[in-house]
Design a protein around this ligand. Structure first.
Ligand SMILES: Cc1cc2nc3c(=O)[nH]c(=O)nc-3n(C[C@H](O)[C@H](O)[C@H](O)COP(=O)(O)OP(=O)(O)OC[C@H]3O[C@@H](n4cnc5c(N)ncnc54)[C@H](O)[C@@H]3O)c2cc1C
Length: 430
């Protein structure tokens, strides 16, 4: 996520067959997913005196907040990296008190290239502001492409930066209302140890069971029954924080089926794509200052953005988003790394690619527990977010980045959504 508007399987068994996977717990609330929203829900409910159990499909906590240090010998945020709206972000104070290293970083572009020709970054930034204003002035919820004037290469680059590289969808798939109702995300911070490390620490001490996919939720009897490969867990309410991509894929079987308007809402808020292609390259090679924002604007929607050497690391982190993000993700790691290296060659000449010692591609498109990067409402379907936020039978509640109000798509927003949903569940339980 780059730049937001800084201008402004199992069928339900009978009750008798119900057994807990291990132990004999019957928590007040089961939370599906140990990402930012799940962690916040769990902590909030525990603070309110409720018992909870968090079930996480992956073998680790954090979900789309994940810092990985093995590949490059430096912390690399596979998912979220920026603490957006950091003066009102639930992770900022926590990170400070926990001793994490935070660094302000906004992303007005500093360098832009049109092919191998240097462009005027200020012009691209200004064009992006104009496009943002046009989108926010739109009187109805339509595709952003229908209200934005994109005539020149500068405007095309600006539109791609705002759409694909920020909102994770191209402008023709971006809802004007989604964009207009999203908060200004400045001021932004980056974390030297990685945002994923902050989220992981915050999960410490919570009752989380990893490697435990939830296969079904039965809510037709008293309370609810959550089904896993290890057995079933009785509970009073369930908070589901799985992405809309996971929900749309029917990975979790609900009994009875979810209401038609909830199902429709899930389909109306599909996942967008933002893929990172980190390249390991000594920072002395290209002479780029740490934290430089660099964009290679290409014909069509083939733009590539690099965050250069954050914290002085020997890393240039390439980003591709929207349709290109999906395409590159499908093509796989080798093709993605070639694509990013080719970008460096276009700008800096052929020797640049020879200096790249390693590259990677983030796996959010193929990860069965995310199925995308973050959710974007279809044009005209902004209201689906409010529909999905409605609890089902006062027992099944949804939370997560797709339901984060002004902080949609963000990790801090997911946390806030988790807190708010937990409070609603606490009230519903009486
Ligand atoms: C490439 C990328 C860059 C991003 N950049 C930023 C950024 O800079 N700043 C920012 O704030 N945000 C950013 N985001 C968005 C941010 O990471 C997400 O909005 C946030 O982490 C989502 O949290 P969540 O709890 O809603 O969902 P998740 O993190 O997806 O958590 C849901 C959890 O549920 C689990 N799950 C799913 N299905 C099941 C099941 N059936 N049973 C059990 N568990 C299940 C999943 O494994 C997952 O762990 C970025 C995301 C990506 C992918």
């Amino acid at each position: 996520m780059l730049n937001r508007r800084h201008a402004l399987a199992l069928l339900a068994g009978s009750a008798a067959a119900c057994r807990a996977p291990s132990g004999s717990e019957e928590p007040d609330v089961v939370i599906v997913g140990a990402g930012s929203a799940g962690i916040a829900s769990a902590q909030t409910l525990i603070d309110a005196g409720r018992t909870v159990l968090v079930l996480e499909a992956m073998g680790r906590v954090g979900g789309r907040a994940f810092t990985e240090s093995q590949t490059f010998g430096a912390p690399f945020d596979v998912g979220c990296a920026w603490l957006h709206k950091s003066d009102d972000n639930p992770y900022t104070d926590y990170a400070r008190t926990q001793g994490f290293t935070l660094q302000p970083h906004e992303y007005d572009l500093e360098r832009v290239y049109f092919g191998n020709q240097p462009g005027n970054a200020a012009q691209v930034n200004a064009a992006e502001h104009e496009i943002a204003e046009a989108i926010m002035d739109a009187p109805s919820d339509v595709a952003a492409s229908t209200v934005a004037d994109i005539d020149t290469p500068v405007e095309e680059a600006a539109g791609d930066y705002l759409g694909a590289l920020d909102m994770a969808v191209d402008l023709d798939e971006l809802s004007t209302f989604d964009y207009a109702n999203a908060d200004d995300l400045e001021p932004n911070l980056l974390c030297a140890e990685g945002f994923g490390s902050i989220v992981r620490r915050r999960a410490g001490g919570l009752p989380i069971r990893t490697g435990t996919p939830v296969r079904g939720v039965r809510y037709d009897g008293p309370g609810a029954i959550v089904q896993t490969d290890d057995g079933e867990i009785r509970t009073r309410a369930v908070i589901v924080t799985a992405s809309t991509g996971v929900l749309a894929a029917d990975v979790i079987r609900f009994t009875p089926e979810l209401p038609a308007d909830t199902r429709q809402a899930i389909d109306d808020i599909p996942m967008g794509m933002l893929a990172k292609i980190p390249l390991q390259i000594p920072r002395s090679v290209l002479g780029l200052d740490p934290f430089t924002d660099l964009m290679l604007a290409r014909d069509g929607k083939n733009d590539l953005y690099f965050l250069c050497h954050p914290f002085g690391y020997d890393l240039m982190i390439g980003f591709v988003g929207g349709d290109l993000g999906w395409e590159i993700s499908r093509a796989g790691r080798e093709a993605a790394v070639d694509y990013a290296k080719q970008g460096l060659v276009e700008i800096f000449g052929s020797d640049a690619a020879n200096q790249v010692t390693k590259g990677a591609l983030t796996p959010w498109a193929s990860n069965p527990w995310t199925r995308g990067a973050y959710a974007a409402a279809r044009p005209g379907r902004y209201s689906a977010r409010a529909t999905l936020a409605q609890p089902i039978a006062n027992k099944v509640f949804f939370a997560g980045e797709a339901l984060a109000g002004g902080l949609i798509q963000t990790c801090g927003g997911a946390f806030r959504s988790g807190q708010a949903t937990a409070r609603a569940v606490h009230t519903a339980l009486g």
